[in-house]
Design a protein around this ligand. Sequence first.
Ligand SMILES: [Zn+2]
Ligand SMILES: [Zn+2]
Length: 269
Amino acid sequence: MQVAALASGSTGNATVISTPEGTLLYDAGLPQRTIVAQCKSLGIAMTEIRAVFVSHEHTDHITSAVSLARRYQIPIIATAGTLRALKIPAGVESLVISAGQRLQFGALSILPIGVSHDAQEPVGMSLTYGGRTITIATDLGDWDDALVAACRDAELVVIESNHEREHLMQCGYSATLKQRIASRTGHLDNVQAGTFLATVAADGKSRTAWLAHLSQEANTATVAVRSVTAVLKFHKCDTKYRSIIALPRQKTIVWGPPQRSQQLELWIE
Ligand SMILES: [Zn+2]
Ligand SMILES: [Zn+2]
């Protein structure tokens, strides 16, 4: 299994999860041509993509979801609330999922995880293929035991680390927007993400962590990694993570072995 984050943050989110038995696009918050081009550079033909999983209906996650589903005749996998908000046109197939209910999609086992965010019915996802599991959760104002449990078997945990609380309070956003972002249905800050990763690490297993959906105004990759690492050190579990990488806004980051010959200038762990 290979995971490639194509973009992360409020300007667009898309992650490609490839297996020898099919590829899943997790969120499609980039223009279609960008996704097609980035997949091509990864050696992935669009015809290999079996579905578009949509975490929730906010623009930065759905830009080309419907157009890709229509063009490549693939289903959109989303909760009933997200599908309603997406207003799927006739001719586009959809697969309805519910938080906590596992879906077997070909060889991929998908577990949607409910998250606390100001959208209709937002979810994160745990995906298992060939005995390997990864978990992704962005756009959440709080985390719970179900999300921690979903990370138990995960070798890669992609968790939102949206802002540094102090930077958010000092940035130029309106008071209302700051309040929304910092709320329980907004976005996780670096300390919350660190505390979450420390809780996950309590089982002693070794993992990789990707910090996702960083705010342009109230965070930087350096600040996010530094804050999260400080929290992990405080909980004496920083060594449990093989690496902690803050996802850039628009640069492909790859986890896992290439699925086929890839001659790429990518960061491959
Ligand atoms: Zn978002
Ligand atoms: Zn959102």
